[in-house]
Design a protein around this ligand. Structure first.
Ligand SMILES: Nc1ncnc2c1ncn2[C@@H]1O[C@H](COP(=O)(O)OP(=O)(O)OP(=O)(O)O)[C@@H](O)[C@H]1O
Length: 289
């Protein structure tokens, strides 16, 4: 395997239900880059990350991670942390942190394990059925990151972290790319404390890449517009402002959804599982307010 670069060439992907997922995506992210995928809900970020992780089959010759096709050559060195991994039930059981970290190979990388425990501010005495969501997420991150990866694909899994922990974590990822030959691609909607972090930005919209490149070049768009043209408040970061502009323009370009109204059939349904309140009684409660 070569250096951990990521390249896609005219990558088009169609879901098994024939829905178009991605269209004609060509990207080239160098080794040691830290890329942010930015786009509205449904833009295709998860779809792209899962293809890069080899979890879905892309057409031959359209993806090269560390120079090889991730689906054909397996996942060695590629870590994908997304929703499936977050939902793993084991981290909600009465199990201790030390045991969990050992189960993912922590003993083979003791220095890395201890560093992650410190950076993520983990108490090794925690029992996982008795921690908060953010504490659980920190342990999960440590579990996922202990083995030294060469490509890390992160699908928004830091939302539960408090701002300080998230900043420490992002700083750790940055150092990783500085001291080791490794590459990070991170899909996120939370741009706080990310100013200066990404080396590259990828702007996704409706399964396409509208633009990508080195972050400092892409951020020039904001400088050129001048602060008086800002969409967000002047206290925002340039990165936050750029994302707001992109998403505003994407929404305008997309236009209203073709089906944004639920047809009324003049009937009232009772939905079970709403704690005894059918829709009828919910409507009555609404009227009472
Ligand atoms: N399993 C699937 N089968 C068919 N279509 C899907 C499937 N998963 C996603 N899609 C379609 O692909 C589009 C992109 O989904 P994706 O999860 O990649 O978006 P995203 O950019 O990660 O969004 P979010 O920010 O909400 O996580 C969705 O709008 C949906 O139409």
């Amino acid at each position: 395997m070569g250096p951990p670069s990521i390249a896609t060439t005219a990558l088009t992907y169609t879901f098994p239900n024939h829905q178009q997922g991605l269209t004609d995506i060509t990207l080239s992210l160098p080794a040691r880059s830290r890329t942010l995928l930015i786009g509205a809900n449904g833009a295709g970020k998860t779809t792209l990350l899962r293809l890069l992780a080899g979890k879905r089959l892309a057409p031959a010759g359209t993806i090269a991670v560390s120079g090889v096709d991730p689906f054909q050559h397996g996942l060695r060195g590629v870590t994908y942390l997304g929703l499936e991994w977050v939902l793993n039930a084991i981290v909600r059981t009465d199990v201790g942190v030390a045991e969990l970290l050992r189960s993912v190979g922590g003993d083979a990388f003791p220095a890395r394990r201890d560093e992650l425990v410190r950076v993520l501010d983990i108490d090794t005495a925690w029992r996982m059925h008795a921690v908060s969501d953010g504490e659980r997420r920190r342990v999960q991150l440590a579990m996922g990151l202990i083995r030294p990866w060469s490509v890390l694909l992160l699908d928004e899994i830091t939302v539960d972290l408090d701002v300080w922990s998230r900043a420490q974590f992002l700083g750790w990822l940055r150092r990783e790319t500085e001291i080791r030959e490794c590459t990070v691609v991170y899909a996120t909607h939370v741009l706080d404390n990310l100013a200066g972090w990404p080396t590259h930005l990828v702007h996704m919209h409706l399964g396409t890449v509208k633009g990508w490149g080195p972050a400092d070049e892409m951020l020039k768009e904001v400088d050129e517009a001048g602060e008086e043209a800002w969409v967000g408040s002047p206290g925002n970061s340039k990165l936050g402002e750029l994302a707001l502009r992109w998403l505003r323009d994407d929404l305008k370009e997309r236009g209203p959804r073709s089906q944004n109204k639920i047809p009324s059939e003049g009937r009232t349904y009772t939905v079970s599982g709403l704690g005894g309140y059918g829709l009828e009684s919910m409507a009555a409660m609404e009227e009472e307010r």
